[in-house]
Design a protein around this ligand. Structure first.
Ligand SMILES: C[S@@+](CC[C@H](N)C(=O)[O-])C[C@H]1O[C@@H](n2cnc3c(N)ncnc32)[C@H](O)[C@@H]1O
Length: 203
């Protein structure tokens, strides 16, 4: 069982996570003209916090996540709410393929779990229809103190200039970023701020 499998059942109980997803969703809506013809992919969807905040703005949504426990909670939320326009796949998108295309790809707090950022960005590009949008939210470069346990953390946040170049190398145009939310945590008796960016681009 992975740490995400164990965390899945109580994942949505932490207000910080809900706040991040809500603010990321709002910032996505500010930068991307979502509409009811769009099919959305949420990479590293977890329990679907971000997916479900955006579902009413698109036609349908698909989540992908490596954690079986997260996917089970995602599915239960969809079933409990009688939603038939949302699906989840328990796959590792860095290793496996999805046989469908999307109009928008979103992600919140999952890119830092991927070792090869450039490779996954190229995969996102392939998965998008022409004119499709990408919107990725994650931590701005930090000093490794954000997580209490850094197991599975491949990057201590991202340098935004470097990441913007990676988006452009993958083929994305009109790449820009915004700060979607700032998490405050107590560290060594002081309040420390961890800004979360949203980087958007277009195929
Ligand atoms: C910090 S959680 C964020 C979950 C959700 N996006 C949220 O904001 O609540 C990171 C998620 O990414 C998933 N993940 C990590 N690597 C992945 C990969 N290669 N493919 C798909 N999901 C992955 C984990 O299982 C976990 O659910």
């Amino acid at each position: 069982m992975s740490k995400f499998d164990m965390a899945a059942l109580t994942w949505d109980e932490k207000p910080m996570r809900v706040n991040i997803a809500q603010n990321v969703a709002n910032t996505i809506k500010k930068h991307i003209p979502l509409n009811k013809d769009m099919k959305l992919l949420d990479f590293g969807c977890g329990t679907g916090l971000l997916t479900f905040f955006l579902l009413d703005d698109v036609k349908e949504a698909v989540g992908v996540d490596t954690s079986k426990g997260m996917c089970e909670v995602f599915t239960k939320k969809a079933q409990d709410n009688n939603l038939n326009n949302v699906r989840v796949f328990n796959i590792d998108l860095t290793k496996e393929d999805l046989n469908e295309k999307f109009d928008v790809i979103v992600s919140s707090m999952s890119l830092h779990h991927v070792k090869d950022t450039q490779q996954i960005l190229k995969k996102f590009y392939k998965l998008l229809n022409e004119g499709g949008y990408i919107a990725i939210a994650d931590l701005v470069k930090e000093d490794g103190t954000f997580h209490d346990d850094n197991e599975g953390v491949e990057q201590f946040g991202f340098d935004l200039y470097t990441l913007k170049s990676m988006f452009e190398n993958a083929g994305f145009k009109d790449v820009k970023y915004d700060i979607a939310y700032t998490v405050k945590k107590e560290r060594e008796g002081q309040i420390k701020e961890y800004p979360i960016f949203l980087m958007v681009g277009r195929k």
